[in-house]
Each structure stands twice: as C-alpha cells, then as structure tokens.
Design a protein around this ligand. Structure first.
Ligand SMILES: [Zn+2]
Ligand SMILES: [Zn+2]
Length: 139
C-alpha cells in the first residue's frame, strides 16, 4: 500500500481530475467485462482508498453504465469521447482509476494480473507480474 497522487484526463480533454489516496491494488484485469468496456486485452486499473477526489474540469460530462446483473461493475466514461474515467464507489470507499487516463507516471507498478482464467489467448502476457484466476488472496 502506498500513497499516490494521480492526475489524468480523457481523450478530448474535457474532463480532468486529481485524486489522492492509498493504492490498494494496481492490476491488469483480464475479465470479459473489462475487455468489452476497454476494447483491449485487459484493463489496467489502480484501485485506491481515496483521501480526496477532485474533478478539475468537466464533471458534468461523466456518464455511468451499471451492468444490470453485476454487483459492482460500472463503466464510467466521458460522454464526448468515450474514454474510461475513474469510478468512485457510491459510499466513497474506493476509487478505480483507469491507468491509461493518467497524465503522469503514478510511481507505482502493477501488482498482479487478475481474472487470468478469462484471459483471451491473444492478450499480452510474458512479464513477471503475478497472475491470479480471480482476485489475489487478501494480504
Ligand atoms: Zn472526453
Ligand atoms: Zn475486469
């Protein structure tokens, strides 16, 4: 767990954010939902316990899509350009930040590949990041 100060924006630049918190997990997620939502082989998300979340521009452009049969899975994106944006849990307990939206190096590196059992055969692999079929066991 380490303290991170993140800032990022969407593709069109309408939405910008600054998030400060304790990182809990930085993971490449290979689940099918993340693949569909991102259009790529895996999502790369920093999950953190927020200290502060500041939308510095464009908060009104955020849209949410909650998957009806999912407990938590919600896609948050810019209504102008469709870029994935940070998702703040309803009770403010966690924030999921898509690493690709960051504008600077977060200073931390992925801890794990998760939902490895859903990985598409063509998706990248071949580093030494630990991989788990679902979530990693609690530390
Ligand atoms: Zn945008
Ligand atoms: Zn996923």
């Amino acid at each position: 767990m380490s303290e991170v100060q993140l800032s990022g924006s969407c593709l069109c630049g309408s939405i910008t954010y600054e998030i400060h918190g304790e990182s809990l997990l930085f993971a490449h997620c290979h689940c099918q939902r993340c693949r569909k939502a991102s259009g790529t082989g895996h999502a790369s998300n920093i999950i953190l316990k927020p200290v502060s979340v500041k939308w510095t521009a464009g908060e009104q452009l955020l849209r949410r899509y909650k998957l009806p049969d999912a407990k938590r899975f919600t896609a948050v994106f810019c209504s102008e350009c469709g870029s994935s944006m940070p998702r703040v849990a309803a009770d403010n307990s966690i924030v999921v930040v898509p690493a690709g939206s960051l504008d600077s190096d977060p200073g931390i590196r992925p801890d794990a590949r998760i939902f490895q059992d859903s990985r598409a055969e063509w998706s990248c692999l071949g580093d030494d990041v630990p991989a788990f079929d679902k979530y990693p066991p609690k530390a």
